[in-house]
Design a protein around this ligand. Structure first.
Ligand code: ZN
Length: 91
């Protein structure tokens, strides 16, 4: 009978470890993402505010600066906003 108890205890320990691990991994992933942002390895999409990796992003050279976007829609929306928006100049 005690063998069964040990097996149950072992299963419980494994389950606890697994659950703890999952939670910790989520935390680590979050921290890793934040580290990448701080280190400048993630860049902010100026259109929607999402963080993207420069290698993975849609990029465009706008006014001499390379901007990174999560999608072509965001890039187009940002360019449109720049053209229609600032200074109130019509041209
Ligand atoms: Zn976006």
């Amino acid at each position: 009978m005690w063998k069964f108890i040990i097996a149950a205890a072992a299963a419980y320990m494994l389950w606890k470890m697994f659950m703890g691990d999952t939670k910790r991994r989520k935390e680590e992933a979050k921290q890793e993402r934040e580290t990448l942002i701080v280190r400048g390895e993630m860049v902010k999409d100026p259109a929607c505010g999402a963080y993207v990796s420069p290698e993975d992003s849609v990029h465009a050279s706008i006014e001499g600066r390379t901007m990174h976007f999560c999608s072509y829609e965001c890039r187009d929306a940002y360019i449109k906003q720049l053209r229609s928006g600032s200074n109130g100049n019509k041209g």
